[in-house]
Ligand binder design. Structure first.
Ligand SMILES: [Ca+2]
Ligand SMILES: [Ca+2]
Length: 356
């Protein structure tokens, strides 16, 4: 093995010396000894459509050595000799993966390799497979956010963790694993990489984001709505909050003659199923809405605009930020049974950012 590696190194140096070495990004990621066994030449055949490098070499230079040095290469086409030179074409696929591309071509010969483990797609999560490396005879180069021999493990705890690892990463869906290896299975989230000054915001959607009418019942908590989060259990979301420095969720109630918190008409339920009797923009435990924190409510006797119970359109809204209680799992409202009484609730996506 050491001898073959040494031979590879010599060939590499020779190549560099000749100026024929064309670097490719994968060569930077894939190093170490590569071993390929080639089938005998298949004369009069040519593999079309997969050539990524076309070289002209001396007739005594083995084309398959060039293939070994290019990590993507798994087969070659050798052209007819012209003035002591031949064309050596390197391909990143072969006759097993694409038998339909193997075609007759006079004067050419095709050589594939005896064994190509990459045919079975061992690299998960869109990892790229390279044949001929390691004792497994293949090597996976994982896409961003994955690691492991077969790219089976998520590397990131959260979107902020991903962004810390690579500040250039763009917004999109990523797999995160907030409690690390083992425990809860990794899950897919949307990462907003521009919001909050680009810290990397993990965004979790749910089934109750649209503005929803509340109408037709009287009595504390007579209206209820369960919130179901997309692609994540409450255990997943709890572990996300513990690796994040901040979490938040926007909450709003628009009302017409419908009280919100007054006399215990309405509340939200935390992830540990406690009834929470304060609203977005107010301090936990205050029993108030945002307007109650700076005494700007519609009726100064009450801590929420809606609690004035006026025959007028009012609203109370703001961010909930207690990450030990988020996300919201249920909403309850009352006082919407009278002829004109009603309201609308709006609950934002659950967002966490920063690293704890
Ligand atoms: Ca885990
Ligand atoms: Ca009322």
């Amino acid at each position: 093995m050491a001898g073959r590696c040494f031979l590879g190194l010599v060939l590499l140096l020779v190549c560099v010396f000749w100026g024929a070495w064309l670097s490719h990004i994968t060569n930077a990621q894939v190093d170490g000894c590569r071993r390929l066994k080639f089938l005998p030449p298949d004369d009069g055949q040519y593999l079309a459509e997969h050539v990524f490098l076309n070289l002209t070499i001396g007739i005594y230079t083995p084309c398959h050595h060039r293939c070994v040095m290019e990590s993507r290469c798994v087969s070659i086409n050798i052209g007819p000799p012209v003035n002591d030179k031949v064309v050596c074409e390197l391909s990143d696929s072969d006759h097993i993966l694409h038998p339909q591309h193997l075609k007759p071509r006079q004067g050419w010969s095709y050589r594939g390799i005896t064994e190509n483990p990459c045919v079975s797609n061992p690299c998960l999560n869109n990892g790229t497979c390279f044949t001929g490396y390691t004792s497994k005879k293949y090597l996976c180069v994982c896409t961003f956010g994955f690691k492991g021999e077969n790219c089976e493990k998520a590397t990131a705890l959260s979107c902020s963790d991903l962004k810390n690892g690579d500040p250039t990463v763009s917004s999109g869906n990523y797999v995160i694993d907030p409690d690390g290896e083992g425990g809860l299975v990794p899950f897919t989230v949307y990462c907003d990489m521009t919001d909050k000054n680009g810290v990397g915001v993990t965004v979790i959607s749910h089934d109750s984001e649209s503005r929803t009418h509340v109408k037709g019942c009287d009595g504390a908590g007579c209206y209820s709505r369960h919130i179901h989060y997309t692609g994540a259990s409450l255990f997943h979301l709890a572990s996300l909050t513990s690796v994040s420095s901040h979490c938040e969720q926007f909450i709003k109630y628009e009302c017409y003659a419908s009280m919100l918190l007054r006399t215990g008409q309405g509340w939200w339920v935390s992830r540990d199923y406690s009834n929470m009797t304060y609203w977005g923009g107010a301090s936990p435990g205050s029993g108030k809405c945002a307007c109650g924190m700076n005494n700007t409510c519609a009726d100064p006797k009450y801590g929420c605009n809606c609690d004035a119970n006026h025959k007028a359109r009012r609203e109370d809204s703001g961010l909930l930020t207690d990450k030990t209680k988020l996300p919201v799992t249920q909403l309850f409202f009352g006082d919407n049974g009278g002829r004109k009484e009603h309201g609308y609730h709006t609950l934002g996506k659950f967002k966490c950012y920063g690293t704890a």
